[in-house]
Ligand binder design. Structure first.
Ligand SMILES: Cc1ncc(COP(=O)(O)O)c(C=O)c1O
Length: 416
C-alpha cells in the first residue's frame, strides 16, 4: 500500500489549557501567598481577582453585567431564574448540546422542550417555532464547537412570540456575530471555563446580562448571603432578594481566568488562521457540504464539520480518511459511548428522572403542559449528526498540518 498522506500523528493539544504557562502559575501563587484574600468580596478599599476578571470582561465584551460563578451549568441556571423563568414554564433547547443546557432548565424548576437542529448544527428556527406552546418562556440557543448558531432567525421567532432568548456560549468563548461578541444582544448568556474550553481555569463559568435588574437577580441567586457582604455586588439594590444557589466565584480560578482572558485573542488568532488555511485547501466538495455558518468571520475557528450526503457515504469517507492517517468519525456514533451532547443519551431528561418521587419539574402542579420525550423524537437531528464528520483543531497544529488534513478530505471525497 502506498504511503499515508498524514505520516506522523497530528500534534496533540487543546485550546486554553495548552496555552497555560508560567503566567497562570504566578497568578495562582500570588493569590496563595496572601491566603487572607481568598474570598471574592474584597475588604473596603481593596480588590480581588473575581471583580477584576468581571470588569475586564465587561470592558472587552461591552456588556453591563458579568459574574464569575462555579460552572457553565450554574451560569445557565442563573440566566433562566434571573429572567423569572421557573416552575410552570417550558424552555426550548436544542437536540445537540451538552446535557447541562437541559439540566439548567430543570435546575431552575422549568421543563425542557427539545427542538431539532439544522445544517448550522444549532437550533432550527422553524422547529423552534413549532415547539412553542402557551407555556414557553425562553429559548436557549447553543453555539456548539465555537460556531454561533442562527441568532438572527431564532431571535426573530422569540420576538414574534414574546419569549426570552438565552445564549449558551459555553463552547464559543470569544465568538462574534456580525461584529459583536456572541450573546450581548440577548436576555442573558453564559460561558463555561471548564478544562475543555477556549479559555479555562479548570472549572468555572460566567453569567452575563445587560439589564440591571436581571443581572441583580442573578447576583442574588448565585449567593444567598450576597446582601450581607459590605462590598458585595447587590449593595444599594432596591430589588427584593431571593435565594437559589451557592456558586460564588473562586479567587484561584479567577486568577487563572484573567491570564487566560489576556490570551483569548492570540488563541483565536491561531485557530482562525488554521481554519482559514484548511478551508482554502479544500477542493469543491462532491459528497458533502460544509456546516452552515451565518457569519464566518465570528467563528472561533477550531472545528470544521462536513455534512456528508448520506450515512453510508459518511462511514465510507471516515474509513478512507482513517486509512490516510486522519481518525475522525461521525458526531453521532452509535457504536461509541453514549455521548451526552446528543439528546437521545440524556436519560435523566428523556426518562424524566427526578430527585424525589414527586417527579418535579414535570409533575409540578403549576406546570400545565404535557411535554413528552423519546429517543427518536428528533429524527432530523440524528440524521444530520450521523452524517456529520468533524475535525477539531488545537493550538499546537500548524498550517502544514491543515494542508495535509485538507488533502485527506479531498482524497476521501474523490475516492468514495
Ligand atoms: C454547550 C455547553 N453548555 C453547558 C456546559 C456546561 O458547562 P460546565 O461543564 O462548566 O458546567 C457545557 C460544558 O461542557 C457545554 O459544552
Amino acid at each position: 500500500m502506498s504511503e499515508k498522506i498524514i505520516k506522523t500523528p497530528l500534534p496533540d493539544g487543546g485550546l486554553g489549557w495548552s496555552a497555560v504557562d508560567e503566567r497562570e502559575i504566578e497568578a495562582v501563587t500570588k493569590v496563595l501567598k496572601k491566603p487572607q484574600t481568598l474570598f471574592r468580596y474584597p475588604g473596603e478599599g481593596e480588590t480581588r481577582e473575581c471583580p477584576l476578571f468581571e470588569s475586564e470582561l465587561r470592558e472587552k465584551l461591552n456588556v453591563k453585567g458579568a459574574l464569575m460563578v462555579a460552572s457553565g451549568t450554574s451560569a445557565l441556571t442563573l440566566c433562566l431564574s434571573a429572567n423569572g423563568i421557573g416552575p410552570g414554564d417550558e424552555v426550548i433547547v436544542p437536540a445537540y448540546t451538552y446535557i447541562s443546557t437541559a439540566s439548567a432548565v430543570t435546575n431552575a424548576g422549568a421543563v425542557p422542550v427539545i427542538a431539532e437542529i439544522d445544517e448550522s448544527l444549532g437550533l432550527d428556527p422553524a422547529d423552534v417555532e413549532k415547539k412553542i406552546t402557551p407555556y414557553t418562556k425562553a429559548v436557549i440557543l447553543v453555539h456548539m464547537q465555537g460556531i454561533p448558531g442562527r441568532i438572527n432567525s431564532v431571535r426573530a421567532v422569540c420576538k414574534k412570540h414574546n419569549i426570552a432568548l438565552i445564549e449558551d456560549a459555553c463552547q464559543a468563548i470569544g465568538s462574534k456575530y456580525f461584529g459583536k461578541y456572541t450573546g450581548v444582544d440577548s436576555d442573558a448568556f453564559a460561558w463555561s471555563l471548564n478544562f475543555f474550553k477556549v479559555i479555562m481555569c479548570g472549572e468555572g463559568g460566567v453569567f452575563f446580562a445587560n439589564d440591571e435588574d436581571i443581572f441583580l437577580r442573578g447576583i442574588y441567586a448565585h449567593d444567598p448571603g450576597s446582601p450581607m457582604w459590605k462590598t458585595g455586588l447587590s449593595q444599594g439594590s432596591k430589588l427584593a432578594p431571593y435565594t437559589q444557589l451557592g456558586i460564588r466565584g473562586n479567587e484561584l480560578c479567577a486568577a487563572v481566568a484573567r491570564v487566560q482572558l489576556s490570551k483569548l485573542d492570540a488563541i483565536l488568532g491561531k485557530t482562525r488562521s488554521l481554519k482559514k488555511k484548511l478551508l482554502s485547501c479544500l477542493d469543491k466538495p462532491v459528497n458533502y457540504i460544509l456546516q452552515h455558518v451565518d457569519d464566518p468571520e465570528g467563528d472561533c475557528g477550531f472545528s470544521v464539520s462536513l455534512i456528508v450526503k448520506d450515512d453510508k457515504s459518511a462511514k465510507g469517507m471516515a474509513k478512507l480518511m482513517g486509512e490516510q492517517g486522519l481518525g475522525i468519525g461521525s458526531v453521532y456514533n452509535e457504536a461509541g459511548f453514549p455521548d451526552r451532547h446528543i439528546y437521545k443519551n440524556w436519560e435523566a431528561i428523556i426518562e424524566k428522572h427526578s430527585p424525589t418521587p414527586a417527579g418535579y419539574p414535570w409533575n409540578d402542579p403549576s406546570y400545565h403542559g404535557n411535554v413528552g420525550y423519546s429517543a427518536d423524537m428528533c429524527p432530523k437531528s440524528l440524521d444530520i449528526l450521523s452524517r456529520c464528520l468533524r475535525f477539531t483543531m488545537n493550538i499546537n497544529m500548524t498550517e502544514s498540518n491543515m494542508e495535509q488534513v485538507a488533502q485527506v478530505i479531498n482524497y476521501a471525497d474523490k475516492n468514495l
